[in-house]
Design a protein. Structure first.
Length: 127
């Protein structure tokens, strides 16, 4: 799907940032806020919104690569995600990476939808 055609179906009318919400985990609980408040503030202490499991003979290749830039293991659900993490580890601007950081609830032509991005990357210049 082309980016422009996907964007056309989103509810981006006036005040959309107040209608869309973001949920994240911190301190063992979930916190929700309208998107416009999150854009103005910092998200501290993020924990993954969901975990993942793996088993023998599955088609994708999950893993827990160690990143020198953060000093921690980070979840990857595929070889593509592992490669992205490797590339980010070589970027001197990266200060933090969180897997499955938050859930975005948004409205579109088909109603409300949820999306959990694979990673949130903080750099010295922002998110």
């Amino acid at each position: 799907m082309e980016l422009a055609s996907g964007r056309d179906g989103l509810d981006l009318g006036e005040g959309w940032q107040g209608r869309w919400s973001v949920t994240w985990r911190a301190g063992g609980g979930e916190v929700s806020s309208p998107l416009d408040r999150v854009l103005r503030g910092a998200l501290a202490g993020l924990e993954p919104m969901r975990g993942f499991t793996w088993r023998r003979a599955q088609r994708h290749r999950p893993g827990l690569p160690f990143l020198a830039s953060t000093g921690r293991l980070h979840a990857s659900e595929s070889l593509e995600e592992a490669r992205l993490l490797l590339a980010l580890d070589f970027d001197a601007q990266v200060t933090e990476i969180v897997s499955q950081p938050l859930r975005i609830r948004f409205t579109c032509a088909g109603g409300e939808r949820d999306h959990t991005p694979d990673y949130l990357v903080r750099t010295r210049s922002g998110v």
